[in-house]
Design a protein around this ligand. Structure first.
Ligand code: HMG
Length: 445
C-alpha cells in the first residue's frame, strides 16, 4: 500500500505573549511555580488586534504552499478543524480559501472544503479524513490542506485562564510524504461526557478537575483499543509519544499511566519489582476500593523510579517544548507536540527515519484516538525549513492590562477597539465586517 501522511507542516503563533510567571501569577496572587512547575506552562500566545482563526490559518497555509511550491490546482481539499468558529453555517475553510485566492492567480473552486468539530481531537480527525480520501484513490494526484486553528480563550477568572493560547498548524497531506506516514491501525476511547463544552457560547463551561480524569480514562481506552489491532505497545517501541497537551502537567499524568500500562508483564516490570513490587492485579483484590488504593501506592512509587524518569525525559518531555511556551491551541495542540519531538531529534542530530511515534489525540466531550506514525526519509529537510522558536521569541510581551484589552478584543460579545501592538507584514489581516456580518480580510505587503 502507498504511504500516506504528512508531507510538510507550518506553524503560525498568535503574535502576542503573556508571561505566566512574571505577569499573570502576581496579579492573580499565585505562586509563579504553580504555572511553571505545576501546570508546566511559561507563556501563552494571543492574537493581535488584526489576527483571528482565519488569518492565522491562512498565514500558516500560505507559507506552507509557498515553501512547497504549490499552486491552488494541487490542492484537492481544505479541511479546517476549530472549536473557535464564529459562524454556524459558512465554514472557516471558505474564508481561508478566499484569503489565499487574493494572492494566487488561480482559485480553489475544485477543492472540497469543510470544517470539523469535536473539541481538540478535530485536528486529528481532519487529518484522518484527508488520509482516507487519498487511500480511497479519490484525490486525482492532489493533496489536502489540513488546518487546525484556534483562539483558546476562557472567561476571565476561570481556572482555565492560565491554559489559554492561540495559533494555527497547517499540514500538507499527500502520498509518499516527506515527514510522517500515518498507520491505518487506530484505537478509540469515546464516551458521552460533559466535562468541557461550549453550548452556543464562546467561553467554555469547564469542570477542570473532572476533565483531567476523563482525559486519562479515554486515553487509556484508546491505548487498549489500539493494542487490539496493532499488538502490545512496549515502552521502547516508539521514539516519542506526542499527546494532546492542554498544559504539560496533564501529559505528565498521562505519561505515568502509559508507562505503567506498557511495562506491565515486561522485563522492566520485573526489574523494578525488587524496589517497588509488581503491579497490583485486579484478581488479587477483594474489591475495587482496595485495588485502587494499591494502584495509587504503586504509581507513587513508580513516579520516583530513575527508570521512569529516564523514559519520560527521552520519550515525553521533548514533546512539550512548544506547548509550554504557547499554551493550549486546542485542535493544533497534538500537532505542535509532534513537531516539538521532531525538533528535539533534529537538534540532537538523531537519525530518526524509520522510527515510530505514538500519537495520542484527545477532545473533550469526549474522545481519544491513538495511532502510530513512521518518520520518513525527508523529515530532516522539513524540520530545517521551520522556524517556530524564532517566531515564538519575536512575540510582543504583554503587560497584564494589555492582556485584558486583548482578551476583550477577541471576546465576541465585546469586540472592543484596540490599536495593534505589532505591525503586519506579508500576511493576511482581519479587515472589518461586510454588509451580511461576514468577516473581511486583506493581504498586507
Ligand atoms: P487550578 O485549580 O487552577 O490548579 O486548575 P491546581 O490548584 O489544580 O494546580 C495545578 C497543578 O499545579 C497541581 O498539580 C498543583 O499541585 C500544582 P497536580 O496536583 O494536578 O499534579 N501546584 C503547584 N506546583 C508547584 N508549586 C506551586 C503549586 N501550586 C499548585 N506553588 C486546571 C487546574 C487544569 C483544572 C485548570 O487550569 C483548568 O480548568 N483548565 C482547563 C481544562 C483543562 O485543561 N483540562 C485538561 C484535560 S481536558 C482537555 O485536555 C481538553 C481541552 O483541551 C479542551 C478540548 O478538548 O477542546 C481542555
Amino acid at each position: 500500500m502507498t504511504a500516506v501522511g504528512i508531507d510538510a507542516v507550518e506553524i503560525w503563533t498568535g503574535k502576542l505573549a503573556l508571561d505566566l510567571a512574571e505577569t499573570f501569577a502576581p496579579r492573580k496572587g499565585d505562586d509563579p511555580e504553580k504555572y511553571t512547575k505545576g501546570l508546566g506552562l511559561y507563556e501563552s500566545s494571543f492574537p493581535d488586534a488584526y489576527e483571528d482563526i482565519v488569518t492565522m490559518g491562512a498565514n500558516a497555509a500560505y507559507r506552507l504552499m509557498e515553501r512547497k511550491d504549490l499552486d491552488p490546482e494541487d490542492v484537492g481539499r481544505i479541511d479546517v478543524a476549530t472549536e473557535s468558529a464564529f459562524d454556524n453555517s459558512k465554514p472557516v475553510s471558505t474564508y481561508i480559501a478566499g484569503c489565499l485566492e487574493e494572492v494566487y492567480d488561480d482559485d480553489f473552486h475544485h477543492a472540497n472544503k469543510g470544517e470539523r468539530k469535536f473539541a481538540c481531537i478535530a485536528g486529528t480527525q481532519s487529518l484522518d479524513d484527508a488520509c482516507n480520501w487519498i487511500r480511497a484513490g479519490r484525490n486525482r494526484g492532489r493533496g489536502a490542506l489540513v488546518i487546525a486553528s484556534d483562539t483558546a480563550l476562557y472567561a476571565r477568572g476561570d481556572a482555565g485562564e492560565a491554559t489559554q493560547g492561540a495559533g494555527a498548524v497547517a499540514m500538507w497531506v499527500t502520498e509518499d510524504p516527506s515527514l510522517v506516514e500515518l498507520s491505518t491501525e487506530q484505537g478509540y476511547g469515546s464516551a458521552d461526557e460533559t466535562d468541557f463544552l461550549k453550548p452556543n457560547q464562546q467561553f467554555p463551561s469547564v469542570d477542570g478537575k473532572r476533565s483531567i480524569q476523563v482525559y486519562l480514562a479515554r486515553m487509556r481506552e484508546a491505548l487498549v483499543d489500539f493494542e487490539s489491532v496493532a499488538g502490545k505497545v512496549g515502552p521502547e517501541d516508539y521514539a516519542y509519544a506526542p499527546f494532546h497537551t492542554p498544559y504539560p502537567g496533564m501529559v505528565r499524568k498521562a505519561a505515568l499511566l502509559a508507562y505503567r500500562h506498557t511495562i506491565r508483564g515486561t522485563e522492566v516490570e520485573d526489574a523494578l519489582a525488587d524496589e517497588i513490587g509488581r503491579q497490583p492485579r485486579r484478581a488479587d483484590f477483594a474489591d475495587e476500593e482496595a485495588f485502587d488504593a494499591a494502584i495509587r501506592d504503586y504509581m507513587d512509587d513508580l513516579k520516583e523510579q530513575p527508570a521512569y524518569h529516564e523514559w519520560y525525559d527521552t520519550h515525553i518531555e521533548p514533546t512539550l517544548a512548544v506547548s509550554e511556551r504557547v499554551g493550549n491551541w486546542y485542535t493544533g495542540s497534538v500537532h505542535l507536540a509532534r513537531m516539538a519531538a521532531l525538533y528535539h531529534a533534529a537538534e540532537a542530530d538523531r537519525d530518526l527515519a524509520g522510527e515510530k511515534l505514538l500519537v495520542g489525540s484527545y477532545g473533550s466531550g469526549a474522545q481519544a484516538e491513538i495511532h502510530a506514525e513512521t518518520v520518513q526519509d525527508g523529515w530532516r529537510e522539513e524540520l530545517d525549513a521551520l522556524s517556530i522558536f524564532d517566531r515564538i521569541a519575536e512575540r510582543y510581551d504583554l503587560s497584564f492590562e494589555e492582556y485584558e484589552q486583548v482578551h476583550d478584543r477577541h471576546n465576541h460579545e465585546k469586540q472592543s477597539e484596540l490599536e495593534p501592538f505589532t505591525t503586519p507584514e506579508d500576511e493576511f489581516v482581519f479587515d472589518g465586517w461586510g454588509p451580511m456580518n461576514e468577516r473581511k480580510y486583506r493581504y498586507v505587503e
